[in-house]
Design a protein around this ligand. Sequence first.
Ligand SMILES: [Zn+2]
Length: 224
Amino acid sequence: MNPLRQRIVLLGPPASGKGTQADRLSSTFGIPHVSTGALLRTECARGTLLGREADAWTCKGLLVPDELAVRIVAAWMKENGPRFLFDGFPRTVTQAEHLDKALRDLEAPLDLVILLELPDEEIRRRILERISCLACGATFSASLHGHAAGDPCPRCGAALVRRNDDTAEAIEERLRVYRESTLPVVGYYQKTAPSIFHRIDAGEGSDAIFAKLSELLEDNKDEG
Ligand SMILES: [Zn+2]
């Protein structure tokens, strides 16, 4: 399928399922799913200069600075062109401003900004019962999928674990970071690009959310 919208920013709190949705959209519509986390891991694995710089931050458990995140994304766009589904980027207003500028230079403005919304209570509940596969990155809900820590991952067979940053304190910290840095990004897009800004309730089932997202990607109502 060849959607009209191919420069998309997906925003949402932790556990809103945006990574999963981005993966599905990416394989359905053939738009590269770009998460800054994955880009960082690639740069680190390749041992590039950018990667080593980023590693200095991530191994301390810190988010990379805006300027470095922007450089990593710019390097990716230079190699792959301006077609993307960004997940976890831009994380701050500064990053959003830099992205706008980079896209203006390419004469390729954003097509869609989508916010997946989820109440704090639901975020806490989802994270606390989440178990993950560190080998392939899959995550499962203990109550929904019936897996427990120690079980083999249904995708790759490695042992599932409860991530040690999925504690109540760590969750509050992630929620605080989300409110302080990402919510202003939401405000930024509401103000600068209201016609392409959309909200979706992430409390619905994964298939219902995917259907709504697909509709937004395919929608050509307002293109002359
Ligand atoms: Zn796995």
